[in-house]
Design a protein around this ligand. Structure first.
Ligand SMILES: *[C@@H]1O[C@H](CO)[C@@H](O)[C@H](O)[C@H]1NC(C)=O
Ligand SMILES: *[C@@H]1O[C@H](CO)[C@@H](O)[C@H](O)[C@H]1NC(C)=O
Length: 410
């Protein structure tokens, strides 16, 4: 049965302080219930496995949390994987001994031979308790010290508004579900022991708190994670800006030149590729979506607008020049005119020589160019302003008002 406990308790949140007296094997617990009730049950449970009492006050358990690694941050699944070491200490006077009669500085005991707080992490998807049978260290006064190393993947609501420079608070809430707040109270400290800096997300700050008004003893560790990756900036923001500048420069090509349309369409296709890869790389949520997605969508619309304008005005210009050519084609000097202007675009020549239709299109192109440059500058300024000053507050969680970790109240 001890083996059963060792194998199964780590998955249940470790150290639930299961009584291990004969006849109450957890495997046979369903069958043992009626027998247990008919017995004088409080006396049947071994005293050493009950929580040490502190008179009318709750037992004080000091929890130190050493965060030694945050090795994976998955923004698409909203999860953080971290390695923690917990040091729990409390006073259990029942384990004290007479130091002058037994001169020993400390003894180690298997964790399931004494009471230990059972911990469950609320946000965890999975927890891997490294040492499946940790040993507690007890000194002559009865001070118990228990180290627990764990790897956990936990859920975290990242605030991705400023995506490549985002910063989020991720909490890990440890609950001792088998005790009540009148029996047990946590005092928590956190220590940042991260030595590796070659990470996309860096733990900037570490806080602990004991949330008030809980039904179950609890302490919370909050990691402040900051994205320090340059990758997204180099791979997305710089090409995006370059596309925009290249598009504005494309407006300087003469409207009649055939390269202009090809140039703009190529830029539009390039922007589409960036946009779709960005949309795949970022998660979407109900609130506070990354600003970068809106930015690239506006960029795509701007490039689309300028390409459409080029197509439209080049078409008008070609029609105007064709209309203008129909009349002078009867004039004998037409061959000479073509020779004079060896441009790559035979049907549309710059210079407004085609007549009023052509000059009208070029004037419109000029006005559009100025408006387009103004629009591009405005959009950049607006995005910079939003980036600097916008504060995004996610919608409140539906379960936030209820006290956490308690048994369902009927
Ligand atoms: C008992 O409770 C008092 C008051 O809260 C506290 O100062 C003391 O440390 C507690 N003792 C133990 C053993 O937890
Ligand atoms: C501890 O042991 C010593 C030596 O055996 C004895 O003199 C002393 O009274 C004991 N103290 C307690 C509190 O039992």
């Amino acid at each position: 049965m001890a083996l059963w406990l060792l194998l199964h308790l780590p998955f249940l949140g470790l150290g639930l302080g299961q009584p291990s007296f004969p006849g109450h094997s957890p495997r046979a617990s369903a069958a043992a219930w009626p027998a247990l009730f008919s017995r004088d049950s409080p006396e049947a449970a071994p005293e050493a496995l009950q929580i040490p009492s502190n008179g009318s006050a709750p037992l004080l358990v000091t929890a130190q949390v050493f965060v030694s690694n945050v090795f994976h941050v998955d923004i698409l699944r909203y999860t953080v994987s971290s390695v923690l070491l917990l040091r729990l200490s409390w006073l259990d006077t029942r384990l004290a001994w007479n130091a002058s009669a037994h001169p020993r500085r400390a003894v180690t005991l298997p964790w399931d031979s004494l009471w230990t707080p059972g911990l469950t992490i609320q946000e965890a998807l999975w927890v891997d308790w490294r040492d499946q049978s940790p040993r507690a260290r007890v000194d002559p006064d009865g001070n118990v010290e228990l180290y627990l190393a764990l790897t956990a993947e936990t859920n975290c609501d990242f605030e991705l508004l400023r995506f490549p420079r985002d910063q989020s608070d991720c909490s890990l809430s440890f609950y001792a579900l088998s005790n009540t707040v009148t029996e047990l109270e946590f005092r928590a400290y956190a220590v940042n022991e991260i030595v590796s800096v070659k990470r996309e997300y860096v733990v900037w700050d570490l806080k602990t708190q004991v949330p008030p008004q809980q039904l179950v003893p609890c302490f919370q560790v909050t990691l402040t994670l900051q994205n320090t990756a340059l990758k997204a900036i180099i791979a997305l923001l710089v090409p995006g800006e370059a596309l925009l500048v290249a598009d504005v420069c494309g407006g300087l090509l003469p409207l009649g030149a055939a390269e202009r349309l090809g140039y703009k369409v190529t830029l539009l296709l390039g922007c589409l590729v960036f946009h779709s890869s960005l949309v795949q790389a970022l998660p979407s949520s109900s609130s506070c979506n990354p600003l970068l997605i809106y930015y690239f969508t506006v960029l795509l619309l701007l490039l689309f607008l300028s390409t459409a304008e080029t197509v439209l005005l080049a078409g008008l210009l070609a029609r105007g020049s064709q209309g203008a050519k129909v009349q002078p084609s009867l004039v004998p000097g037409r061959g000479q005119q073509n020779h004079e202007n060896p441009g790559p675009a035979p049907q549309g020549t710059p210079g407004g020589r085609e007549g009023s239709g052509g000059s009208w299109a070029e004037a419109a192109d000029h006005v559009f160019f100025l408006a387009y440059v103004a629009g591009v500058v405005c959009s950049q300024v607006i995005f910079a302003g939003i980036w600097m000053w916008m504060v995004c507050k996610s919608d409140p969680a539906p379960g936030e008002a209820a006290p956490h970790g308690g048994q369902p109240r009927l």
